[in-house]
Write a protein that binds this ligand. Sequence first.
Ligand SMILES: Cc1cc2nc3c(=O)[nH]c(=O)nc-3n(C[C@H](O)[C@H](O)[C@H](O)COP(=O)(O)O)c2cc1C
Length: 177
Amino acid sequence: MKVLVIVAHPTIEKSVVNRAWLEEIRKHPDITVNELYKEYPNEQIDITREQRLCEEHDRIVWQFPFYWYSSPPLLKKWQDEVLTHGWAYGTNGNKLHKKELILAVTTGSAKERYQAGGRNQYSMSELLKPFQATSNLIGTKFLPAYLFNGTYTALDEEIKESAKEYVNYILARDIFE
Ligand SMILES: Cc1cc2nc3c(=O)[nH]c(=O)nc-3n(C[C@H](O)[C@H](O)[C@H](O)COP(=O)(O)O)c2cc1C
């Protein structure tokens, strides 16, 4: 299982959770790390490189901090530019078919705020629907997201543990077993 993690964090040096995750995934030879904000400081995405990377892997992970109930903008730009007609969807657009897609998302708000009646009113599953719809269109299998809610109040130990759990999760042979 070849895993590609596409990390989109605009201020990774100030990050706590995504940085801990990044340090952990870098230790694993079966994981390719593609840090978008480091790779493209001027935000000019090399579409050929990105498509080649996706083609070479079986499982793709989009790792990001939740910003305004979505991803930071460079991951959206990546989707707009890399997921092209004839490659990701449309006639003969089958290059990602049968690959797996996992979202790995951190949120400032605590878990209980992401539910009906909670401060954010909606669950993470509801808020992540646009990603699921994208996955449907490009023919990837949308696996359950790996979530870390409540980054503002997280303890060091919890973050450390989640980094290990995260790696195990994205490397697991069959996530539904
Ligand atoms: C521009 C911006 C928008 C944010 N929007 C949300 C949001 O919609 N929901 C939420 O729970 N947290 C939100 N946050 C908090 C981040 O999700 C949180 O700081 C991040 O997940 C922490 O991860 P890190 O330690 O890797 O930076 C936002 C933060 C920023 C800077």
